[in-house]
Design a binder for this molecule. Sequence first.
Ligand code: 2HG
Ligand code: ZN
Length: 460
Amino acid sequence: MTISPLVSLRERLPQLKLTTDATDLEHYGRDWTRRWTPAPLAIALPADIAEVQTIVRWANETGVAIVPSGGRTGLSGGAVAANGELVVSLERMNRVLGFDAADRTLTVQPGIALEAVHNAAREHGLIYPVDFGARGSCQIGGNIATNAGGIRVIRYGNTRNWIASLKVVTGAGELLELNRSLVKNATGYDLRHLFIGSEGTLGLVVEATLALTEAPPASQVLLFAVPHMQALMQVFGACRSRLQLSAFEFFTDRALHHVRAHGAQAPFEQVSPYYVVTEFDAADEAAQAEALAVFEHCLEQGWVSDGVLSQSEAQARSLWRLREGITESLAPHKPYKNDISVRIGVVPAFLQEMQELLTREYPQFDVVWFGHIGDGNLHINIVKPAEIDYAAFIAECERVTELMCEVLRRHGGSISAEHGIGLVKKAYLASARSVEEIALMRGIRAVLDPRGVMNPGKLF
Ligand code: 2HG
Ligand code: ZN
C-alpha cells in the first residue's frame, strides 16, 4: 500500500488548510486558459510565510511539485495543475500589512486582489498605477510572477517598475528579503527582478512592498472610429504629442461585434474597421479644448471618421467597457490567444503582414485583434469556427503561431508581451530567446530550485 505524501504534510502542519474536495481540485487546478483538465493532488491554502516555507521544504523532500496559485486569471496556463501537483493558493494571505507615508509604499500579502490594492492606495491619497481588466480577480502575487502589464503601461510601465521590495520563498525553501524598499541599492545583482516575471518557476512571492504615486488629474476618455490601419498610428502620434495620455488602446470591428453580442451598445451608427480608446489628463478647460482640437485635426486628415468624448465618469466607464469587455465576450468561444509585441514603429508593418497572412491562409477564421497598441502590444484571438473540432482547431492555430513567430522574428518582436510563456507558448520560446539565454535561464532555475519542484513544465 502506498501512503499519500499528504500524510507527511499533514503531520508537519496539522493546522494547514488542505483540501482534496473534487470541486476544489477543479476550481484551483485551472486558470482562464481552460485548455487543460485539472488534476492536482491537493490544494494547500497557507495562512502565513512559515507555512509556505514548510510546504516548499516538504516538496523538496517528497518530490511533489508545487503550482503557485493567485487569482488564476492568467492566459498562458502558468497556474494550471494537470499532473498531480500540490496547488499552493495564496488567497488567504490577502491583507494590507502597512503603509509608509515617507516612502509612499504599501506592504501587502500576495493574495490581495489588485483592486483591493488600488482601494488601499486611494485611502492614503495615492495610487498604485498598474491596472487591467482582471483587477477584481487577479492577485498581486500573480501580477508580480508574470510582470503584469495592462492598460496604463504607456504611462507607468509594467508591474516591475512598482516593486520596492519582495519577500520570496525560493524553490529550495529559503526565505529571502529582496531590496528592503531602498530607492538606491548598488550591492550587486538585483535578485528582486529575477523573481518578477519568473512565472512561479523560482519560488513563491510571500510579501511585496509596492511603490505608490500621486493620482493624475481628472481624466476623460475619447473613443475614435478609425477607417484604416495606417491611420491608427497617425492618431496615436497626434494624441501623444498633444495630450497627457494614460492609455491608448485599440480594437477591431470583430471585437466590437463580440462585445455587442455580449450586451454592449454600439458607440456609433456606422461600423468602422478599427476603434481607439484613449484616456488623457483633462484637469481644465484648456486640456479638454486641446482634445477636441486633436479630434478635429484627425477628422480633417481622414484619420478618424467619428468620435465621442466622455462627459461623465459613467460614460467614461461605458466607453472602457467596449475595450475591457472583449476577453469576457470571447471566453465562451474558448479562443486561441496570441499576445505579441513589436516596437511601436513596427506596429503597422506587422499588422499589415499578419492580416494578409491570415486572410490568405485562414480565410475561415474569425480573428479578433485588440490591445495596447500604444505599447506595441497586440492581442490576437482566434475564434473557433463551429464546423471544426477543438483539437483540429488548436492544431491549425499552432500552425498560425509558427508562421507568426517567423514574422515576429523578422520584425524583432516578442511572442509574449504580458501574458507569459506558461504552457501555451512554451514550444515557441526558442524563437524568441537565444539558445544561450535559455541555457542561462535553466541554470538560474537550477540554482534557486535545485529539486525542480516549482511549477515544473512551465516556461521550458
Ligand atoms: C487584455 O488586454 C488582456 O484585455 C487579455 O491582456 C487579452 O484576452 C486577451 O487576449
Ligand atoms: Zn492585455
